[in-house]
Design a protein around this ligand. Structure first.
Ligand code: CP
Ligand code: NVA
Length: 309
């Protein structure tokens, strides 16, 4: 049994193995309908318990389809309907009970400590479906999407992030170390990645390139990523933050500094950080990016259940 909480804690070779498996599985089910089960039904009889303390469309749906296509099932809980969410039951008791009913637990939460506490008391794998410090299933899937579209290993590409230093960027930074790709970040001075993640990159003898000028960050990029300036439950002065990011909008002009074949990716939901013509234009691959969550999460589930081929 393996947990999937933060890309930093997972060996590079395991992450690569997950992507390789996802590629094979995606191509082998081209003729299957959405709910048809992969050959061998590797997770037959297994149930994934999903719990969301914050809204979700993609993560919820893609995990539902992922476990179904592997022959298992899922149940979704809302934390405010549990005794835990009402403050009456401890995490340790909740975790022990969940371990008796389920085979895996996916949690989206506003507390990194809560995931760590669950990890301590669960005897089934826990998957981080987004926390303040990371969004690992999203970013591993994005590495898959980049390689699928460009047909190149990500280590040969210039990856650029224009936007806030949030959970998705923290996971992208972790991925840049694990997959050895160049990562340039364009963000305002007061919104640069935190010390902890920067020190972790240094400790791993890698570098990230931070620019307060979006044109410099985008220059020569093969892929430009972005995300909302204001994340879910972001407790900031929203007006001030949006103002600070005004020059960082991804539009035709900014894309013109990137390589000719540069693609645009965004995990969604979106705000005003990208212009409509770029988001819906031919450089954007956001819909297949969302779909690929299903394929990569299937291989993440197999990894967690010790069934990766
Ligand atoms: N990208 C993503 O995780 O979307 P949801 O918040 O809809 O799950
Ligand atoms: N950074 C965003 C990602 C949403 C999928 C958030 O945390 O709200």
């Amino acid at each position: 049994m393996k947990h999937f909480v933060n890309l930093k804690d997972i060996p590079s070779k395991d992450l690569r193995k997950i992507i390789t498996d996802a590629k094979k599985r995606k191509s082998s089910r081209k003729k299957l309908n959405t709910l048809e089960i992969d050959r061998g039904a590797p997770l037959k009889g297994k149930i994934l318990i999903q719990m969301f303390e914050k809204p979700s469309l993609r993560t919820r749906m893609s995990f539902y389809l992922a476990i179904k296509q592997l022959g298992g099932g899922t149940v979704t809980l809302r934390s405010n309907e549990l005794h835990l969410g009402q403050g009456g039951e401890s995490i340790s008791d909740t975790a022990k009970v969940l371990s008796t009913y389920g085979d895996g637990f996916m949690l989206r939460t506003d507390s990194d400590k809560k995931i760590e506490d669950f990890k301590k008391y669960l005897s089934i794998p826990v998957i981080n479906g987004l926390s303040p410090s990371s969004h690992p299933t999203q970013v591993l899937s994005d590495v898959f999407t980049v390689e699928e579209i460009t047909k190149k290993p990500i280590s040969k590409l210039n990856i650029c992030w224009i936007g806030d230093s949030n959970n998705v960027l923290d996971s992208l930074i972790a991925a840049s170390v694990k997959f050895s790709f160049k990562l340039s970040i364009g963000c305002p001075k007061n919104f640069e990645p935190g010390k902890e993640v920067r020190n972790w990159v240094k400790k791993n003898k890698r570098k990230i390139y931070i620019y307060n000028d979006p044109k410099k960050a985008a220059s020569g990029a093969d892929v430009i990523f972005s995300d909302k300036v204001i994340s879910l439950n972001d407790k900031v002065n929203k007006k001030k933050k949006i103002q600070a990011f005004k020059k960082f909008k991804i539009d035709k002009k900014l894309m013109s500094f990137a390589n000719k074949k540069c693609i645009f990716l965004h995990c969604l939901p979106r705000g005003n950080e990208v212009s409509e013509d770029i988001f819906l234009g031919n450089k954007s691959h956001v819909w297949v990016q969302a779909l690929n969550r299903v394929h990569v999460q299937k291989s993440i589930l197999l990894y967690c259940f010790g069934k990766l081929r």
